[in-house]
Design a protein around this ligand. Structure first.
Ligand code: ATP
Ligand code: FE2
Length: 338
């Protein structure tokens, strides 16, 4: 079969600090997954600066993805984009690129929920079918499982997200984000040399967790300078990861599902993988973790979820393609799951 006979979807991801373009076939083969990350000079993400980065990087990233996939723009059958949740200026930049491409190529456009996409790429890449998912990233921390037409949220953070908690602590400790090495990964390296578990706040309320007290306590100890940084990183991880693991375990016991899926940027963390794998084993469930290149934000997950949506009757007319900054997971219909 010629390349042009294969139906392909191009997906645009731009919810936060990464601008990504992925290309997926309608059969679920990922042909390309290109991206460019915005690294702030200092501090956290500045939405307008990130959006400017995305606008400047769009041309190059699109070109890279198309050439990696060996696809001509005219071979694309569908354009998908992350419609939310995320940062307004960043989302709007990606949506503009996607709308322009769809109109120019005269192909359908489909808006995808970024959280659903983190779950779907995890399922595609691991073969998980109906998992209890722990989705942990810079902006999200939630435990979800499918029930009656939607991904339901069983538990979530009441304040900051797990990745954000790790990033703020790492930044306060003077760790620097480098290309290819997120702050959470730098913290993980230090934590691996931790020797002493320091007692910190552990807050689980019902099925929800709270991380802000933990972050404040760890940061206060850091500023006092009386503890080894490695011990603090280790203790922060142990406490935070135990909280999300506890909630995931309860969701697993309640739903009696037979698979656990770990997805989102923080899924790259080995210690978190270890903890989840052990609770999965205790409940006779299979543990799955999204491969590293699809853990952090990426265009491939948007392309693949676009395929699922479109092939199950969903399209987003341009006049309805406005971005949704707070588009919650449980508000999204997922007709491709029965
Ligand atoms: P979302 O919109 O999904 O919340 P996000 O922009 O935060 O998105 P992701 O790329 O999914 O995006 O996740 C980034 C987070 O993952 C950062 O907080 C980063 O520090 C964290 N992270 C990446 N690698 C590791 C690691 N090895 N250990 C812990 N955290 C990690
Ligand atoms: Fe994300």
């Amino acid at each position: 079969m010629k390349k042009s006979d294969v139906l392909c979807c191009l997906g645009v991801e731009s919810t936060a600090d990464d601008f990504g373009v992925g290309i997926a076939t309608f059969k679920g083969e990922i042909l390309a997954n290109a991206s460019s990350g915005y690294v702030p000079e200092e501090g956290g993400i500045h939405p307008r600066e990130a959006a400017r980065h995305h606008a400047e990087a769009a041309d190059k990233v699109l070109g890279e993805a198309l050439s990696k996939a060996g696809t001509k723009p005219t071979d694309l059958a569908l354009i998908a984009f992350a419609q939310g949740p995320g940062l307004g200026p960043c989302l709007r930049t990606g949506a503009t690129v996607a709308r322009a491409l769809a109109s120019y190529l005269d192909v359908p456009l489909v808006g995808v929920n970024h959280s659903v996409a983190h779950i779907e790429i995890g399922k595609l890449e691991t073969g998980a079918v109906d998992p209890v998912t722990l989705y942990v990233s810079g902006g999200n921390t939630l435990v979800s499982a499918f029930d009656s037409g939607r991904y339901r949220v069983f538990g979530e953070t009441l304040d900051i997200a797990l990745g954000n908690c790790l990033d703020v602590f790492a930044r306060t400790a003077g760790l620097k984000q480098k290309r290819g090495m997120p702050l959470g990964a730098a913290l993980e390296q230090l934590a691996a040399n931790g020797e002493k578990l320091i007692s910190l706040p552990y807050v689980v309320k019902g099925m929800d967790i709270s991380l802000s007290g933990l972050l404040t306590a760890a940061t206060t100890l850091l500023r006092k300078g009386e503890c080894r940084l490695e011990d603090l990183c280790y203790s922060l991880q142990e406490h935070a990861f135990s909280m999300v693991t506890e909630v995931t375990e309860r969701a697993l016991a309640h739903t009696e599902k037979k698979e656990v899926l770990l997805t989102g940027g923080v899924a790259a963390n080995r210690r978190l993988q270890e903890m989840l794998s052990s609770i999965a084993e205790e409940h006779d469930a299979k543990f799955n973790v999204v491969p590293r290149q699809f853990a952090t934000d990426n265009g491939a997950m948007i392309a693949w979820t676009g395929v699922l949506a479109y092939t199950h009757g969903l399209v987003t007319p341009v006049e309805e393609s406005f971005v949704k900054l707070r588009w919650r997971l449980e508000k999204v219909d997922v007709p491709w799951i029965k």
